[in-house]
Design a protein around this ligand. Structure first.
Ligand code: TRP
Length: 464
């Protein structure tokens, strides 16, 4: 059975693929702009605390369930839950994950598709041209580009094609191979951009903004937003890490891997902030609060440089690479369900699921045109925005992921016994000295914190 499902080639393959899943539009797009809106410093600290107190423990829990059962979410919860209180009902957590994967992928790939268009515009020099006039670029993005239905569909389908292609070739031959090529490239591009940003006049101001906390600006809303984002950026709550964990061997330390993946993800998010704030600070461009900075403001700043086309191109390639390793993990959750539970071959499952999601995503691609205001596009936000795009985003970020994460924490903390979990965590690790702390976090802190998100959604509170 394990043979036909596939396995990573080893520790590095797993860490890279999982880190690739974690690093995505969440890090490069959402994190910089919510950090900006929440006034930097203190928000960053709270976010790091949330990653450590809630994110890492839940990631450990997901990987643990995956490796223990060697199954994707639906089967994993069914098998582990069957002789426990609640029984087979727990497999519902897996179904929720599959549904979340389906939903998120259908709109995530629309935004990811924009990076293809922008990379193309960079190579041809058209982007730099448009960006010499900030208003011109905004009009182009919001009007011409988003409202162009056929174009939105083509890029979305292209991105779904790339995603499906990678998953089609399997765990080692597809997913891991793509991650092993794209992640080093992504790090390289980030280092080039970081180096460049350190030479700009806005660099010190950016560091000060990010790393000197001012707690007087912190609100309950910021804390919840930090928590919600920690969840999304670490790919938690829908069994993506669980599925990736089902392809690792017993010789890998789960706590160490979870910590490393979270550390890399956080590091990249912070570097992205340093880069973006430095270049924005050093120009005199007025940054609106809009979530579309990435596609409107950044090229305007690059346009002032001698090598505008080069910087634009590597910048959008970077975002595209990051997005691709994330969409791959979203599709893998959905197609591994059909592989494990319906007994389909990987090829059949990937092609079917990939096509269904691609077709469904067309509705999202079209919902951006004309009547949707720019400011209402909020990729992983809280607000229920107009159109199907907004509804999908709202459902996934506010309901599927938090509820899924809450149930995963309850299951691992309360339904699985201490013996069963500690036994699994010690494989490949030896005695897990932090076991008691982890168990405390997964039993009490994680469910309460994630529960708070759900309660605030029910009460209809906005973050801001
Ligand atoms: N973590 C990715 C990001 O930051 C998005 C993502 C990929 C994701 N797979 C996921 C989010 C699974 C939640 C669950 O962009």
């Amino acid at each position: 059975m394990a043979e036909s499902r596939g396995q990573w080639s080893g520790r590095l393959g797993f860490i890279l693929a999982a880190t690739g899943s974690a690093i995505g539009l969440g890090n490069l797009w959402k994190f910089p702009y919510i950090t900006h809106e929440n006034n930097g410093g203190a928000f960053v600290l709270v976010y790091i605390a949330m990653v450590l107190l809630v994110g890492v423990p839940i990631m450990i829990a997901e990987i643990l369930v995956g490796r223990r059962t060697q199954l994707s979410p639906v089967g994993a919860f069914r098998i582990l839950g069957q002789d426990k209180p609640g029984g087979k009902v727990w497999s519902g957590v897996g179904f929720l994950g599959v549904l979340a994967g389906f939903t998120i992928l259908s709109y995530y790939s629309v935004v990811a598709g924009w990076t293809i268009h922008y990379t193309w515009l960079s190579f041809t020099g058209k982007l730099a041209e448009l960006a010499t006039d900030p208003v011109g670029l905004q009009t182009y993005f919001g009007g011409e580009f988003l409202a162009n239905g056929p174009q939105q569909i083509v890029y979305h389908l292209l991105f779904m094609g790339l995603t499906t292609g990678a998953v089609y070739f399997g765990v080692k031959g597809g997913i891991e191979r793509v991650a092993k090529i794209l992640l080093p490239l992504l790090f390289l591009i980030l280092i080039i951009l970081l180096f460049y940003s350190s030479t700009t006049s806005g660099f010190h101001e950016a560091l000060r903004f990010l790393f000197i906390p001012d707690f007087s600006t912190l609100t309950t809303g910021s804390v919840l937003e930090a928590l919600g984002h920690a969840f999304f950026t670490l790919s938690l709550g829908m069994g993506a890490m669980l599925t990736y964990g089902s392809y690792i061997g017993k010789d890998i330390s789960i706590p160490r891997a979870a910590f490393q993946i979270s550390l890399l993800d956080t590091l990249i998010a912070l570097i992205a902030c340093v880069i973006m704030f430095s270049i924005i600070n050093s120009s005199n461009i007025d940054v609106s609060k809009s979530s579309t900075i990435l596609f409107t403001t950044i090229p305007t700043v690059f346009a002032q440089l001698p090598a505008a086309n080069f910087f634009n191109a590597i910048f959008y390639l970077l975002i595209g690479f990051a997005a691709l390793t994330s969409t791959i993990s979203l599709l893998e959750v959905v197609s591994s369900y059909a592989i494990d539970d319906l007994g389909w071959s990987r090829q059949r499952s990937t092609l079917t699921m990939g096509s269904v999601i691609a077709v469904f995503g067309v509705l999202n691609a079209l919902s951006l045109g004309g009547n949707t205001k720019l400011s209402s596009i909020n990729l992983v936000g809280r607000e229920s925005t107009a159109g199907i795009f907004g509804t999908m985003d709202y459902l996934a970020s506010n309901w599927f992921l938090p509820v899924g994460g809450f149930l995963i924490a309850l299951f691992v903390g309360w339904v699985l016994g201490a013996r069963e979990t500690s036994e699994e965590l010690e494989k490949g690790h030896g005695v897990f000295a932090w076991f008691k702390l982890w168990r405390l976090l997964i039993r009490f802190v994680a469910p309460l914190a994630v529960g708070a998100i759900i309660v605030s959604v029910i009460l209809g509170r906005e973050y801001q």
